[in-house]
Ligand binder design. Sequence first.
Ligand code: GLU
Length: 366
Amino acid sequence: MAKLHWKRIVVKVGSALIAPHKAGCSSHFLLGIAHFIANCRAQGCQVVLVSSGSVAAGWHRFPEVNNPNVATKKAMAAAGQADMMATWDKLFDFPSAQLLVTHGDLRDRERYISIKETIFSLLEHGLLPIINENDAVTTDKLKVGDNDNLSAMVAAAADADALIICSDVKGLYTKNPNLDPNAKLIRQVSAIDERIYQMAGGATSDVGTGGMRTKIEAAEKAISHGVETVIVDGFDPDSFHQLLKGQNPGTLFSPFEKPMQEHLHWMTHTSQAQGELIVENDFEGDFEGEHTQLTSDDVVEVKGNFSVGDTVLVRKGDGTKLAKAKSNYSSCLLNFITEQEDPDFASDVQQKTGPIISDKNIAILE
Ligand code: GLU
């Protein structure tokens, strides 16, 4: 890394930095981060902040609760989100803006584009977008669940050059540094594989939902979009001094030299399959060709309930995943077609409606 060379970055800050003891928000650890954000902006680098903390910030409003259930956590998020925003806002002498999203928003292409537009418009007008998951309204089916992965989806949507993930340790270690004194910090990761995930283990913080594993997942999503990713110790103000000098204070994940195309990246890493199209084990269709076609003859089973335009997983009966793709048919119509005895019925429908999936909307899975 040279001197700060990024044009647009996403900074992800976790709950432990904002509401450390579940006793409401504290600006104690945020000052260094706010200073970093202000400096980046002063150097012409746009910043998007992904901030956790709504649940942790709202917790003290429910003094009798130790183990909140899902509904209480949502209520805590509703109670804490405004406090969290206010805490950030008073640290900046420029305006900020709140954007609350769920996975249900991000995986819908139209809403995803709408979120992108809002982020770009805020940046263009000099505001600092502060993004969090809309915990108060989301459900298991609709949520991202952790802000590490959310920050990577935001970095892709914002077309950022870098994603800075603030952690409670310096970066990725060979072993859990809180348990093993021989754990060594890894300075640079050029490819993320199972070995890297094993090093990440399952460490979690007690106020947020993410751990090192979700940070690696986020890095994997981000680097394939060409976003340089750095995990740093958010509690150490020196991390931010070093970043401003273009130094790497933690673990740097190198971006792909050839990032995935935007639309395919969204389909692979942000959208979520709403159903499955199962093909024969000896299916030999080539999804990379110009004339990719999948007809109802190829599909032996349709799983799940999906609508036209939803993402589906195409896989073989033996479990081999072939592709994620946008379905041009609803599950209802596909099931109806496959149940018809007249063989001409399916081809008539497909002549009018086109193939089930088409080449522009397919992400090949390895
Ligand atoms: N969105 C959650 C919150 O604001 C945090 C999720 C996470 O910890 O990653 O409390």
